[in-house]
Design a binder for this molecule. Structure first.
Ligand code: APR
Length: 248
């Protein structure tokens, strides 16, 4: 017990780093650059893996900053074409299905989003290894952990760079379909550029009545954030999953 505590590796409340993290990053990067973007300029996947790991290795896992990920983003960030971007909040699976069917792109369809999707990672001060036992949990340990800050930094860059009409898939089966504390609410909506049009879809669970609508207070809050930035807003509500996936 004494030794266990002293190693410190098990002290956090979140899932530990994904086994073979670095190997997975390298493989996903090779696949992405070869299959998904053939013809695109070849990417240095070893360098990308290196930039990713050096952002957090040997550092205090609760002291992540956006600057830690700047070298990685500058090296590997990929933009999406105008009119193609899809944001989501509490609708990950649905938004991905929608994007796939329509040839649209979520953050997880970009290079960096696809590398990190579903993985977990953190380091340990003074150690060259990842901590595979535990990583800080956003609620129980610290918000400024390397996992959360990565998604915030990447989401900010994504939102700043989208253009044309972009979409967001929101969950119409919860009370506040727009959650100002979510990444979409805190990071993405406030960083959209002027002249962008955001189209929101409120989709509710099959067999249940919707719990929020385009005229409810949470969507009004989203509208006011967008108004301040001269982002145009369109909203459609009362859609079931099938109506949404089938609609044009
Ligand atoms: N894989 C694992 N975790 C993720 C991923 C991912 N691909 N993307 C985000 N996360 C984490 C973040 O910490 C996020 O807060 O999971 C949480 C998802 O919470 P939700 O409330 O469902 O959604 P939201 O916080 O709004 O984040 C999703 O941010 O990543 C961007 O473009 C993405 O629009 C999307 C939004």
């Amino acid at each position: 017990i004494y030794k266990w505590h002293h190693s410190g590796l098990n002290r956090w409340h979140g899932r530990g780093s994904t086994a073979d993290f670095q190997k997975i990053i390298q493989e996903r990067c090779d696949d992405y650059t070869q299959q998904i973007q053939p013809g695109a300029r070849s990417r240095n996947c070893q360098g990308i893996k290196q930039a990713f790991t050096s952002a957090f290795i040997s550092k205090d896992p609760c002291k992540a900053t956006k600057e830690d990920y700047k070298p990685l983003l500058d090296l590997a960030y990929t933009t999406v074409p105008c009119n193609k971007a899809v944001f989501w909040s509490k609708t990950k699976e649905l938004a991905h299905e929608y994007a796939k069917r329509r040839g649209l792109l979520t953050l997880e369809d970009t290079l960096l989003g696809s590398l990190a999707d579903g993985l977990s990672w953190c380091g340990e001060p003074g150690s060259p290894d990842l901590n595979y036992q535990s990583c800080p949990d956003w609620k129980k340990d610290c918000r400024t952990n390397y996992f959360s800050v990565f998604w915030e930094a990447l989401s900010e860059r994504f939102a700043e760079n989208v253009c044309g009409t972009v979409q967001v898939v929101l969950n119409g089966s919860i009370e506040n379909a727009f959650d100002k504390m979510s990444i979409f609410g805190r990071v993405e909506a406030p960083n959209l550029r002027q002249m962008v049009t955001l189209k929101a879809w409120l989709v509710h669970d099959p067999g249940k009545p919707p719990s929020d609508s385009c005229s409810g207070p949470s969507i009004k809050e989203l509208e006011s954030i967008l108004n301040q930035r001269s982002v145009r807003f369109i909203c459609r509500d009362n859609l079931s999953r099938d109506q949404f996936l089938g609609s044009y």
